[in-house]
Design a protein around this ligand. Structure first.
Ligand SMILES: [Zn+2]
Length: 253
């Protein structure tokens, strides 16, 4: 169910104040039928009731209520939403407030959640300032600058020392693209031009994200899991119709 957890901010101490927590899920241990299993997305053809049960299971595993999770309607763009009362009251599937590929918050009662199956989930925090962010960066989002936009939105909320964790992503060895697409991407983010295991043109999405974070002064950690190569993870590239794993970030009360 849970693949990895991270803590950002000072270690130890009596109070959790000043820390942010991150969790990444895998595909196992859920209520959904094959190929969905522990799928957490409502838009991929899975049964609504099973997704709701899976989300309740995730909330229980993280010691939270299902209502505290903020899900977006991800569209491969660069819009950053603010997790304020209006957004929390909006409908996940229909509200334009939720049509975004990143979300930021300066409150500890929300769990910002990104769903992926190859794209890079990027979780960010300045725990001391009490500001968190979460971004969905596939190839189009990375090239459109969703991650720098998230960093900027967090700084607008008072974040100064932001740290980031890049979650499980399709690696460049597994992400073949047409040569023209690699050329176009390299014109925007040169570091993302890469090569597959077979020697054909590829794009390194997470590498592009890492470069953008570094350029904006954000230190990062990076999951070593490739979604295509790790059978414990959902991969749209490998499977086509499949579920979505979650990347979640929240502030400790
Ligand atoms: Zn790979």
């Amino acid at each position: 169910m849970l693949l990895d957890r991270y803590v950002l901010g000072p270690a130890g101490g009596n109070s959790g104040r000043g820390r942010a927590h991150i969790a990444f899920t895998d595909r196992h241990g859920g209520y959904s039928e094959d190929p969905y299993d522990f799928n957490l997305a409502r838009h991929v053809g899975d049964q609504e009731t099973a997704v709701a049960q899976n989300r309740a299971l995730l909330a229980q595993a993280l010691g939270a209520t299902p209502e505290s999770f903020v899900f977006l309607r991800q569209v491969h763009g660069a819009r950053v939403a603010l997790a304020d009362d209006a957004l929390l009251a909006s409908d996940e599937l229909t509200s334009s407030l939720r049509e975004a590929d990143a979300v930021v918050a300066a409150r500890s009662d929300v769990r910002l959640t990104i769903l992926t199956a190859d794209c890079a989930p990027v979780l960010l925090a300045d725990p001391a300032a009490g500001v968190i962010g979460a971004a969905h960066a596939g190839r189009p989002g990375m090239l459109a600058g969703v991650v720098p936009a998230t960093v900027a939105a967090m700084r607008d909320l008072g974040a100064e020392r932001i740290e980031a964790v890049i979650g499980p992503t399709v690696c460049p060895r597994c992400y073949e693209v047409p040569a023209a697409m690699r050329e176009e991407a390299a014109g925007i983010e040169p570091v993302c031009a890469s090569v597959t295991w077979e020697g054909t043109p590829a794009i390194d999405v997470a590498g592009g994200v890492a470069e953008q974070l570094t350029r904006h002064g954000v230190p990062l950690r990076w999951s070593r899991h490739c979604t295509v190569e790790d059978a414990a993870l959902f991969s749209h590239r490998r499977e086509g119709t499949t579920g979505r794993q979650a990347a979640v970030i929240w502030l400790e009360h």
